[in-house]
Design a protein around this ligand. Structure first.
Ligand SMILES: *Cc1c(COP(=O)(O)O)cnc(C)c1O
Length: 813
């Protein structure tokens, strides 16, 4: 927090005042994208190799920011501020000044890995007893440290500041700004990660942080450090895994926790909820830092046992379809990759989750790319990673080096275009990318989003239901999957893509637009449009959709369009009306039909089919057989009339279950595939589960009423659960007033009163139901068939009436 006038800051930074010096400055800004408030904000126009902050000044002025620290004299008269030689230096001068205003104990942490975790864990530990400020996220650079100090709270008892360097000469500057009382080194990684030529140079640079510190915590087992200090740790608080240096530690890991036993300067034991090497080491560093800084580590025992994962570093998230995500898009060197992989393995557990890594180019490694990616591959192999997705020019160029099965994309954008093709499900996924790859969008895409009301579509069941049908059919019989009406309410392209994957032969939609949507989503299977519209015939051809021909009008129009577009032998499907009396050519039309077909070669008959009117009604089986015979006879007639073969088909789901002998070349599956059987086949399982969550539970007294029209009369003191679903979502009003029930925690709970537009009420008396509990509206139980009975309709209407505003969520086991 700052509270200085522009004039003060000009003096602190040694700059030249421009305009009014009495304006008060309350915050500083260096990133033009994150303006909070505008008044009192001082923008430092920083120059880096890639960017120049001065170019954002006009935009900032528009947004109300008018105080600037610049190194180029501004032309705009509205600019007030300070002209300096170097804007970053000026910012650091301000930080230096701010630091001298602060009183508490300063702990500074440096090292190649683990500094952010150590900083965050020290914060978790110390903040249980003291007022602590810590540098935000990974603000550890020349800029980050300056901002951390400028924004530090006054009046904290402990300040924990992270210090990172990437070049020689930087630490001295950081040390001056931070002036730590306690300096901590976590470890020393490879020198060329950070533009150093040798371990010695790098170690020496890091130790610049220790120059004036009273307390210096170091890992004595660190070889470069031993070499530099010639094994003389006098004046250091050195810890080791062996007893040769003052303080030592030993580790025992069992299950999900580790016990750390400290000996020497302090004898004590703590347990931590981690077993990976990096976490153990970070916890040890925290323990010794506490002790060395004069705190009593014994007082923090409980906090140690509950140390939480550090989100800004590696974020563990619930992913889509029961996946887990580990998000570590904060740095991308090979050392941190190894650590992240350990964490991935730990989180993946011993089960059979696929372990996948989404990895960007590794930048600034200082290694030859061949060596680098070879090393990455070895590391992935060693950790037993199953799948890799490489993103970036460099990693793609070295795709050949990888022995792990992988996919490679030149950019994050390219990957995002393809991301849905992967059907991530039940996996453990590590997302690791350098900043500039902006993997946030990848994480966002794969993160599980909570929706209160969903229609959950179980894609495994869809595939299982198809297998059930395959089991009834001859192996060579083709399957046309009906995905009309948004795939019977399930969500068209997700389902279509899954069907394509499971090897169905055809898809069928009602109108051309539905087909276009599938094509745009990357579906390549043949698609039949059952009700082509005269106005959109060119769309059909453009997207290679195959029309159903059900009348002479449509036949003539399709021929004309095919001719105009120069098509020949374009596949079409002829519909015969054998008794349904809806669409199709009647038997008496067939001779003329043959004549028209033989007169042209723009179209080719791909299949001839008919549709059964009552395949699911046993008392009408005689009629069904008549339809089948009529179909057989006329299809044969067409075949001899036109002189070539085509596919024949008449069975829908119910027909496939009940008239299997007449499967001909193909069956057309709809409702059965979505899990509703016409023949009581219990192997077919509903694919969709309509779910929501309890919004509120309230107690209502006997004789009171619930809802519109006072219909829900209570005959006992009751508990009423309110759910955020109504008839506008497709929960039929007919279910109200105890006609139907939902299921919560295995209990059948009846609807009380009328179903409203967006809400409904359930009687949950005595069941200890709480807000947030899951409510099954229908699926297995209550079964879609039961709900259809309550609604006095058929299952088809139940599943297709779920409104589009209900989010479809796809799951795979
Ligand atoms: C919708 C439809 C089907 C599928 O019917 P189900 O009873 O859902 O299996 C089959 N054929 C045609 C022509 C259809 O329109």
């Amino acid at each position: 927090m700052i509270n200085l006038s522009l004039k003060d800051i000009a003096q602190i930074t040694g700059g030249e005042l421009i305009g009014d010096g009495d304006v008060l400055v309350s915050s500083v800004l260096t990133d033009s994208r994150i303006i909070g408030k505008s008044s009192g904000t001082l923008f430092f126009a920083l120059k880096t190799t890639r960017n120049n902050g001065h170019k954002y000044i006009p935009d900032l002025l528009k947004n109300g920011v008018n105080l600037f620290v610049v190194s180029e004299k501004p032309r705009d008269k509205k600019v007030h501020g300070i002209l300096v030689e170097d804007t970053l230096k000026a910012l650091q001068e301000l930080a230096f000044y701010q630091r001298r205003q602060l009183q508490g104990k300063f702990i500074a942490i440096t090292g190649s890995n683990g500094k952010t975790v150590v900083k965050e864990w020290l914060f978790q530990l110390l903040s249980t007893r003291f007022k602590v400020y810590r540098s935000p996220r990974s603000y550890n650079s020349q800029l980050g440290v300056a901002l951390s100090l400028i924004n530090a709270d006054h009046g904290s008892e402990v300040y924990i500041i992270e210090a990172g360097i990437s070049q020689p000469g930087e630490m001295e500057r950081l040390e001056e700004m931070i002036a730590p009382d306690v300096a901590v080194l976590t470890n020393i990684g490879e020198p060329h990660q950070e533009n150093f030529t040798s371990y010695e140079e790098k170690t020496r640079e890091k130790l610049a942080l220790f120059r004036h510190a009273e307390v210096k915590v170091v890992p004595a087992d660190c070889v470069p450090l031993q070499k530099l200090l010639l094994n003389n740790f006098t004046g250091y608080y050195a810890w080791s895994y062996h007893s040769s240096y003052g303080a030592s530690v030993s580790v025992m890991s069992t299950g999900k926790k580790s016990v750390l036993t400290f000996k020497g300067r302090i004898n004590h034991e703590v347990s931590i909820p981690y077993t990976d090497r990096a976490s153990i080491e970070n916890a040890i560093t925290c323990f010794f830092t506490l002790h060395a800084s004069g705190f009593d580590p014994k007082e923090f025992e409980i906090v140690f046992s509950k140390l939480e994962p550090v989100a800004m570093r590696m974020e563990l998230k619930q992913g889509i379809n029961n996946s887990i995500l580990i998000n570590d898009s904060y740095n991308s060197d090979i050392g941190s990759l190894a650590i992240a992989l350990d964490f991935l393995l730990q989180q993946a557990g011993s089960g059979k989750r696929i372990k996948r890594v989404i990895l960007s180019d590794i930048v600034q490694s200082g290694k030859k790319p061949e060596d680098l990616y070879d090393e990455v591959n070895k590391l992935l192999e060693e950790k037993g990673i199953d799948q890799l997705i490489g993103v970036g020019e460099a990693i793609s160029d070295h795709a050949g080096l990888f022995t792990i099965p992988g996919h490679f994309y030149k950019s994050t954008g390219d990957f995002l275009k393809d991301i849905d093709q992967f059907h991530f499900s039940g996996e453990a996924i590590l997302i690791k990318g350098a900043r500039r790859f902006e993997f946030e969008s990848v994480t966002e895409h794969l993160a599980y989003k909570v929706h209160k009301t969903t229609l959950e579509i179980n894609l495994n069941r869809l595939a299982q239901n198809i297998s059930v049908f395959r089991g009834m059919l001859k192996p060579e019989t083709r399957i046309m999957a009906m995905v009309k009406a948004f795939a019977y309410g399930s969500g068209s392209f997700e389902v279509a893509r899954h069907l394509q994957f499971h090897g169905v032969n055809y898809l069928a939609v009602a109108v051309a637009d539905e087909g276009v949507e599938l094509r745009n989503a990357g579906v390549t299977l043949p698609i039949v449009v059952m009700a082509p519209e005269m106005q959109s015939l060119d769309t059909l051809f453009r997207y290679h959709l195959e029309p159903e021909i059900f009348s002479f009008d449509i036949l003539d129009a399709v021929i004309a369009e095919a001719k105009a577009l120069g098509e020949s032998s374009y596949p079409v499907h002829i519909k015969l009306d054998t008794g349904m009396h809806r669409m199709g050519f009647l038997p008496e039309d067939v001779d003329i039909l043959i004549g028209v077909i033989n007169d042209q070669n723009f179209l080719k008959i791909e299949s001839v089919f008919s549709h059964l009117a009552a395949a699911d009604e046993a008392d009408k089986d005689d009629f069904t057989m008549e339809q089948i015979h009529l179909f057989e006879k006329n299809a044969e007639k067409i075949k001899s009339g036109i002189g070539y073969e085509f596919l024949k088909h008449i069975l829908n789901s119910a027909g496939s279950e009940r008239f299997t002998d007449y499967q001909y070349d193909m069956v057309r599956l709809g409702i059965g595939m979505y899990g509703v059987s016409a023949a009581g086949n219990e192997d077919l399982k509903p694919v969709g589960t309509f779910k929501t969550m309890v919004s509120a539970v309230k107690k209502v007294k006997k004789d009171e009423t619930v809802g519109y029209g006072r219909k829900g009369v209570l005959t006992r003191d009751s508990e009423i659960a309110v759910i955020p679903v109504g008839y506008a979502d497709g929960l039929a009003r007919l279910l109200g007033n105890r006609t139907g029930y939902a299921v919560i925690n295995g209990n059948k709970v009846p609807y009380v009163g009328n179903i409203c537009m967006d809400l409904s009420m359930l009687d949950v008396t005595g069941l200890n139901i709480k807000p947030g509990d899951e409510v099954i509206l229908f699926g297995d139980e209550p079964h879609i068939n039961t709900v259809a009975e309550w609604m006095q309709t058929i299952p088809y209407e139940v599943i297709t009436s779920i409104s589009q505003r209900v989010k479809r969520v796809f799951t795979r086991e």
